[in-house]
Design a protein around this ligand. Structure first.
Ligand code: UN1
Length: 495
């Protein structure tokens, strides 16, 4: 059964002015229409931005703990709807149901966490160098924020952006991926039901190249947060840089798991399967490279091929499925192209390597879990983000070489090391150049109470999620206030 998905503008759910619709189909079975969605044009964006602009003065002045209460209520609504929303995640983008539920759980966690931030939103008070004068910094919202989100975490990523934006006092216009409009609508619905005032959260649907860019560069938008492809993110950064608009981007990854010769190989194997093939490899934190010590290479590869070969492809709603489809035909073609590139570059195709089309799988976009062996660190399959169920195995002779290989890519989001030697893991912890480092755990599984963000070309360096240096740093800006109660002109640095 398909749902109809509208825009939300100024508190009203409505069809776009274009009168046009588009469909979202289930990537596990393209015969199933999951959502029929209103297709926005530029006028709809104008209306959404205007609604957010009008709602801003009132929302900004609502005490932050009160804003927090509304977020808390939204969290409770999401918790009650976790099952239904988790199923929608699976039907709209394909990940297996436990992961779909995890996606929603991450949104719930973020709602409760950011609700609590309403009673902190800390600035600083510091002594003045002059008598009868005090100094403090306070957090202020930007104003209207444009939030552009991808399909791979269709509930979690919009939540990572909406909740910190709201608690800081911004109003928002969300433009989710056209692959996951219903998930975004369900998230926004929870906020509406929690009592968020009209216009504080607005939702529009439409293609990124047109509607998304028009929104991000709109003259009435004050700041932009984007998660998605490198191409789109870099284009936005350069456009917004020219108009001095704050922008946070989270883009690609080429994350490595290092497995040393003293590692617990069973644990490492589970980590590679989870990191490489979970969400069909469609995570920016996916473990797409495995750097294995040469002494255990053959033994580990054998076990990896056995275990990955047993993973069952299928509809993510079925309990027996380990790996779901990739999100759409375009993505499937992109991944299949990379599989050809790997073979042409001279890597050994050790497992998988093609579309899976047996029986019901032919109705979806399934790709066999794929393992390349004998991968050289400079090959394209070891350098570029593939975003599919593809793992490249690279040999190394020791920890220094392993770290050098892991670091030698343009991305720097996540990395992991498996070893029982505390000195080895400490060296990795110190020298891996990524925003996230996992020890004896896979490259995925970031928790929301610490910053999440990549180094180098993985993003703009404004992390999301919580903790010191997390999302609040970007979703608010600091205002510094000096109050002089001496009754005379005092000159800093001079008196
Ligand atoms: C992503 O990889 O695209 O770390 C986001 C995780 C999740 C978020 C991942 N909390 O696995």
């Amino acid at each position: 059964m398909s749902v109809k998905v509208c825009n939300l503008i100024g508190g009203a759910w409505k069809d776009a002015g274009t009168g046009e619709m588009f469909e979202r189909r289930n990537p596990a079975d393209v015969q199933e229409v999951v959502a029929r969605v209103t297709l926005s044009g530029r006028e709809d964006v104008d209306c959404a931005v205007e609604a957010a602009r009008n709602a801003f003065p009132g929302w900004r002045l609502m005490p932050a703990p009160k804003r927090g209460e509304l977020l808390f209520r939204a969290g409770e609504i999401l918790l009650r709807r976790k099952d239904v929303m988790g199923q929608m995640v699976t039907r709209e983008m394909g990940k297996v149901l436990p992961e779909g539920m995890g996606d929603v759980q991450e949104a719930i966690d973020m709602a409760f966490y950011m609700a609590g931030e309403g009673r902190r939103l800390c600035g600083e008070t510091v002594p003045s160098e002059l008598p009868d004068k005090d100094c403090k910094s306070v957090r202020e919202p930007h104003g209207v924020m444009a939030l552009i989100t991808p399909w791979n975490f269709p509930t979690a990523i919009p939540a990572w952006k909406i909740f910190p934006a709201l608690i800081c006092g911004n109003t928002v216009v969300l433009k989710p991926s056209s692959c996951t409009p219903a998930c975004a609508a369900m998230l926004v619905e929870a906020l509406v039901e929690a009592g968020i005032p009209p216009g504080v959260v607005n939702l529009i649907h439409g293609p990124g190249e047109d509607v998304g860019e028009y929104l991000a560069t709109h003259p009435e938008v004050d700041a932009v947060s984007f998660t998605g492809s490198c191409a789109a993110g870099e284009r936005l950064e350069s456009k917004l840089g020219r108009i001095h608009r704050p922008v946070a981007t989270e883009m690609g990854g080429k994350n490595a798991i290092i497995i040393m010769d003293d590692a617990d190989l069973s644990l490492a194997l589970e980590g590679v399967l989870w990191g490489g093939f979970g969400t069909s490899g469609q995570r920016c934190t996916a473990a797409s490279r495995v750097v294995v010590h040469e002494r255990i290479h053959d033994q580990f590869l054998d076990r990896l091929l056995g275990a990955a070969g047993r993973l069952r492809l299928g509809d993510g709603l079925s309990k027996s499925t380990d790996v779901g489809p990739v999100v759409n035909e375009q993505q499937m073609k992109r991944v299949l192209d990379y599989l050809r590139v790997g073979v042409d570059e001279g890597a050994s195709l050790a497992l998988g390597g093609k579309r899976a089309e047996d029986g019901a799988l032919a109705r979806g976009y399934f790709i066999e879990p794929t393992v390349f062996d004998d991968v050289a660190p400079a090959m394209r399959i070891a350098q570029e983000e593939i975003f599919g169920p593809v793992v490249s195995v690279i040999r190394c002779s020791g920890i220094e070489e392993a770290i050098a290989i892991a670091n030698d890519v343009r991305f720097g989001l996540s990395s992991s090391i498996y070893s029982k030697n505390v000195n080895t893991t400490a060296m990795a912890e110190r020298d891996l150049r990524t925003g996230l480092v996992y020890i004896n755990a896979s490259t995925i599984g970031a928790e929301i109470q610490l910053p999440f963000g990549g180094w180098k070309h993985s993003g703009s360096g404004h992390p999301e999620a919580g903790g010191r240096g997390g999302a609040l740093e970007f979703y608010s800006r600091m205002k510094v206030i000096y109050r002089d109660f001496s009754g005379k002109l005092q000159k800093a640095q001079i008196d």
